[in-house]
Design a protein around this ligand. Structure first.
Ligand code: SF4
Length: 220
């Protein structure tokens, strides 16, 4: 039976994706927080196109509250679910002003008090903007790949995060997630698995290379 360990995955994928990192454009924690809220069910590339002009108009939390919500909705419309995202951004900014002196909080506990911010968004912002590691951002790429690799056997986001936090060295929590995203986009997508080109193919329990080998043994 094939077994992959977190150590092997980290070693091989770090080599394959030495530049793996957050692909959202930002210059300060508030921008990253807003971009991460916009990135729900939207590609990072589209978010980056929208935030290019958005961040020229809105600089501090109060700026997002100084416009009617309909105006903010139009400014972020192409990111999808814009009613919900505009509401989340305005309420988040109001909380930041009221409870955190206008600064994005630097703890998971503080981040989770913001509307529209779950553990995934919080973990991304804390690690990327502040270097604070308090969780592993688990997105759809992480859920799919970690299951295919046999590192977890559940689709439950919270359980996956807890299990992977136990198995992964603390310093590698943020990079693990970025590596899953990079590998999910390049090699192991939802619809196509290019297992022959994957450095994990010898030990991955979902490798199609093994299935083909097994099949050829049966046929010969
Ligand atoms: S061997 Fe195939 S299924 Fe396993 S991680 Fe690589 S591409 Fe995905």
């Amino acid at each position: 039976m094939n077994v992959l360990t977190v150590d092997v995955v980290l070693k091989k994928l770090k080599k394959l994706y030495p530049e793996a990192k957050c692909t959202l454009d930002f210059t300060d924690p508030l921008q990253l927080l807003v971009a991460t809220i916009l990135a729900a069910q939207c590609t990072d590339a589209r978010v980056n196109r929208v935030t290019k002009s958005l961040f020229q108009k809105y600089h501090v939390p109060q700026d997002y509250l100084n416009v009617p919500i309909e105006e903010l909705e139009q400014d972020i419309r192409s990111c999808g679910t814009f009613h919900m995202k505009a509401k989340a951004i305005q309420e988040t900014c109001a909380t930041i002003i009221r409870d955190f002196d206008g600064e994005v909080p630097r703890t998971m506990k503080g981040m989770l008090t913001l509307r529209g911010v779950g553990r995934k968004t919080a973990a991304v912002v804390l690690a990327t903007a502040f270097g604070v590691i308090e969780g592993i951002p688990i997105d759809t790429h992480n859920i799919r790949l970690l299951n295919r690799m046999g590192l977890v056997k559940t689709k439950n986001q919270n359980r996956i995060e807890l299990e992977m936090m136990e198995k992964t060295p603390h310093k590698d929590w943020p990079i693990l997630s970025h590596l899953m995203v990079a590998h999910g986009r390049a090699v192991c997508s939802a619809y196509n698995r290019h297992c022959a080109a994957c450095p994990l193919k010898e030990n991955c329990p979902s490798s199609l290379v093994h299935k083909r080998k097994d099949l050829s043994k049966l046929v010969s």
